[in-house]
Write a protein that binds this ligand. Structure first.
Ligand code: HEM
Length: 254
C-alpha cells in the first residue's frame, strides 16, 4: 500500500515540489477540527459547509487533487479499506519521507461525515498569534509548548505567500517597522522577495536554507533569528529550554 502512495506522490512531485508540504498541512488543518477524521476533505453539500472555505484554508490549503488521485488508486487496488483520514496521515508520512526524513505512521482513523467550518475558523492557530496566544490555542488541543515546537518543525519545507509574513516585514504589531528580532540579512532578502506592493502575490520559502528538505534547518534558522512567520520567530524566545528541545528526537505523531 505504501508503494502505491509513493507512486502517486512521486508522480505529483515531478510537477509540484511542494506536494508533501501541502499534504501535511492539510492533515494538520484536518486534525485541529474535531480530530484527525479527514473532515477537511468534505466539499460543500446539503448540510455541509466545507472547512476548505474557512479563513485558514481558503486560497492556501491546496493539493486536494492529489488526495483524490491517491483515493482513486486505492479504491482500484482494494475497495473501501483505507479511510480518507488515514490517507491524509499516510500521505503526510510519505511527503516527509520524500523530503528525506521519516516516522512510523499508526493507522485506524475513522472518517467524519460532517464538517465544521466555524471551528476551522476558531480552532486553528492564527499567523498573527504571539507566543502566548499560540500556546493558548494549542493547549485547547491538549498540546504543550514542546508539542508546539515539534509541530512547527513542519515549516522546514514548503512555501508561504508573502502576505503571510508581510506584517513582520513592514508593520510589526502596528509599529510601522519590521519585527526588531529578525536577523537583518534575512530581512533584507525578504524585503526583495516580498516588496510592500505584494504584486503578483509572490511566495517565499518557509526554510530558506533547504526549502524542499525535511531536516532540522528550520530550528537552526530560528536560532539565527530567521523565522518567517511570527509564530515561528517567537518560538525561540517564548519556549522554555528551546535550544535543548530542538536537539531531541521526535516521540509523538499526529
Ligand atoms: C503553529 C501554528 C502554525 C501557524 C500559525 C501556521 C501558519 C502557516 C501559514 C500562514 C502558512 C503559509 C500558507 C500560505 O501562504 O499559503 C503555512 C504553511 C505551511 N504549514 Fe503551517 N502553521 C502552523 C503550524 C503548522 C503545523 C503544525 C504544520 C504541520 C504539522 C504545518 C505545516 C505547514 C506546511 C508544510 C506549510 C507549507 C505548505 C505549502 O508549501 O503549500 N504548519 N503555515
Amino acid at each position: 500500500m505504501f508503494r502505491l502512495f509513493h507512486g502517486v506522490m512521486e508522480q505529483a512531485q515531478q510537477s509540484d515540489v511542494q506536494i508533501g508540504a501541502k499534504l501535511i498541512r492539510i492533515h494538520f488543518h484536518s486534525c485541529f477540527v474535531e480530530g484527525c477524521d479527514g473532515s477537511i476533505l468534505l466539499i460543500n453539500a446539503d448540510g455541509i459547509e466545507s472547512e476548505q472555505d474557512a479563513d485558514p484554508n481558503a486560497g492556501s490549503a491546496t493539493g486536494f487533487e492529489v488526495v483524490d488521485d491517491i483515493k482513486a488508486a486505492l479504491e482500484n487496488a482494494c475497495h473501501a479499506v483505507v479511510s480518507c483520514a488515514d490517507i491524509l496521515a499516510i500521505a503526510s508520512q510519505v511527503g516527509v519521507s520524500l523530503g528525506g526524513s521519516d516516522w512510523e505512521v499508526e493507522l485506524g482513523r475513522r472518517d467524519s461525515r460532517t464538517a465544521n467550518k466555524a471551528e476551522a475558523n476558531t480552532a486553528l492557530p492564527s499567523l498573527f498569534d504571539d507566543f502566548d496566544e499560540l500556546t493558548h490555542s494549542l493547549s485547547a488541543m491538549g498540546l504543550d509548548s514542546t508539542d508546539v515546537v515539534a509541530l512547527s518543525g513542519a515549516h522546514t519545507f514548503g512555501r508561504a505567500q508573502c502576505g503571510t509574513c508581510s506584517p513582520c516585514l513592514y508593520n510589526f504589531s502596528g509599529t510601522g517597522g519590521p519585527d526588531p528580532t529578525l536577523d537583518s540579512a534575512f530581512l533584507n532578502t525578504l524585503w526583495q522577495i516580498c516588496p510592500p506592493s505584494n504584486d503578483g502575490d509572490p511566495m517565499t520559502d518557509l526554510d530558506s536554507s533547504s526549502p524542499d528538505s525535511f531536516d532540522n534547518n528550520y530550528f537552526t534558522n530560528l536560532q539565527n533569528n530567521q523565522g518567517l512567520l511570527r509564530t515561528d520567530q517567537e518560538l525561540t524566545s517564548g519556549t522554555p529550554d528551546f535550544s535543548q528541545l530542538v536537539r531531541r528526537k521526535p516521540e509523538r505523531v499526529l
